[in-house]
Design a binder for this molecule. Structure first.
Ligand SMILES: C[S@@+](CC[C@H](N)C(=O)[O-])C[C@H]1O[C@@H](n2cnc3c(N)ncnc32)[C@H](O)[C@@H]1O
Length: 157
């Protein structure tokens, strides 16, 4: 979906997707002791912050999604407005499949992730053949998990 699509549908997002996204968070984050500086990558309306019951640094390119979240950095995942090696965890739920240049987005993840950090991402299963090789080009897959309509990966530097 495009930025325009998300801007148009932002006000319905939580009602439609809260349960579905919470299930993905549960599956992907179950065994992880999240600590340090965490980026909510394509944060949307902020469901992940609600689930974790904590503030997260969020970035998204849809102003309407961010308006519902109440805060966040308006930017593209292909050009993250952060310094090198800033984050311990980058959490990306149902985002990469929307990127026009996912390789650039993954390179940016690697740039802003600490070498000791981890990248957790999910995307619709249909995108696995396209996105998994790109992930593996830049990061090491530690785990792969099925979560509902998505496939999820935990990757390290
Ligand atoms: C399916 S929603 C997921 C939102 C959130 N991660 C969640 O779990 O509810 C995808 C989000 O990615 C954002 N997004 C898509 N492409 C993006 C891009 N190129 N740069 C920044 N954000 C993007 C959309 O605006 C939308 O908020």
């Amino acid at each position: 979906m495009t930025k325009e699509d998300y801007n148009k549908t932002a006000r319905f997002y939580n009602q439609r997707y809260r349960e579905i996204q919470f299930e993905k968070y549960k599956i992907m984050l179950a065994s992880l002791a999240l600590k340090g500086k965490i980026l909510d990558h394509g944060c949307g309306t902020g469901l992940l912050s609600s689930f974790l019951k904590r503030d997260l640094i969020g970035i998204d390119n849809s102003v309407e999604m961010l308006n519902i979240r109440g805060s966040g950095d308006l930017a593209d995942v292909e050009e993250l407005p952060y310094g090198d090696a800033e984050f311990d965890y980058i959490l990306s739920f149902s985002v990469l499949m929307n990127s026009k240049d996912p390789e650039k987005a993954i390179k940016e993840v690697k740039r802003v992730l600490k070498p000791s950090g981890a990248f957790v991402c999910t995307f619709l299963r249909d995108f696995e053949s396209k996105l998994k090789p790109l992930l593996e080009k830049y990061l090491e897959i530690k785990e792969k998990r099925t979560c509902g309509e998505d496939i999820g990966f935990i990757l390290i530097y």
